[in-house]
Design a protein around this ligand. Sequence first.
Ligand code: GDP
Length: 289
Amino acid sequence: MLKTLGMKIKGLFQGEGLGKDFYEELEDLLIEGDVGASTALRLVETLREEVRKQGIRSREDALKLFKQQIHSLLPAGSLPLRRDALNVFLLLGVNGVGKTTTIAKLAYYYRMVEGIKGIVFAAADTFRAGAIAQIETLADRLQVRVVKQMPGSDPGAVVYDALESARARGETLLLADTAGRMHNRTNLVRELQKIDKVITGKVDAYRKILVLDAVTGQNGLQQAKIFHDAVKIDSIILTKWDGTAKGGIILAIGGELGIPISFLGVGEKVTDLKPFDPTSFVENLLEGV
Ligand code: GDP
């Protein structure tokens, strides 16, 4: 089994002494584990400072401090729904990160765990005919209503139609897919801003959710910055958590962007979505779920 970042950190804190080597090793582990250089350095420096100030002598006690520190990096992240209103989740992310799969997982989660009945999909990735077909297949399987138009049509119009019809039907949750082609960043950003305008101010509960692939590490963080600059992201869902042993990306997201993480995708099945709880994540030393 691949040694996870959490296992390595645990191993390091089981050793003896709080000298220079210890801090260097910790910094290396964090950087290797996708925490990112600036967050890693900040964590290590703060730990060193606090250990000195509090006169801590054992790694065991230092670990308690370290856990508090990483906890303070992670904003609470759940996405509760307003049951008396229409909630709109706009799903953003580059192609292949697992956006469409995540839409299906969210529908399943809110229906089965939270008991939400009126759920609708908006097939607003009109750029790829395949994306519309994929959403339709998932909608069919889950018995969810789907609003779509022809490939190539205006995604803002699809979202607008979905909003109006969801409101007329008294539905509770609208999950909108969007295009994620990254080769033309300016167009992508402009299109997302247009869709954002269609929704902003028209519903009481609106969340822009970025889907990131945990395996892409620091590259994912760069993607997040682009989307956050474009439309201000409210929440992140990290997919393919089952495929990485690093996991430090969660601390990088907290440390560099301050955006809460709401769910982790832990497999390909519709049931493979776990709410992200910062407290148990830290308690289990970055093992996640
Ligand atoms: P999209 O292009 O962003 O809509 O991505 P898709 O939803 O089509 O997913 C791309 C691939 O990633 C598919 O093969 C999914 O089954 C897979 N996938 C999505 N989420 C997860 C996850 O949490 N874990 C794993 N292992 N695979 C995932």
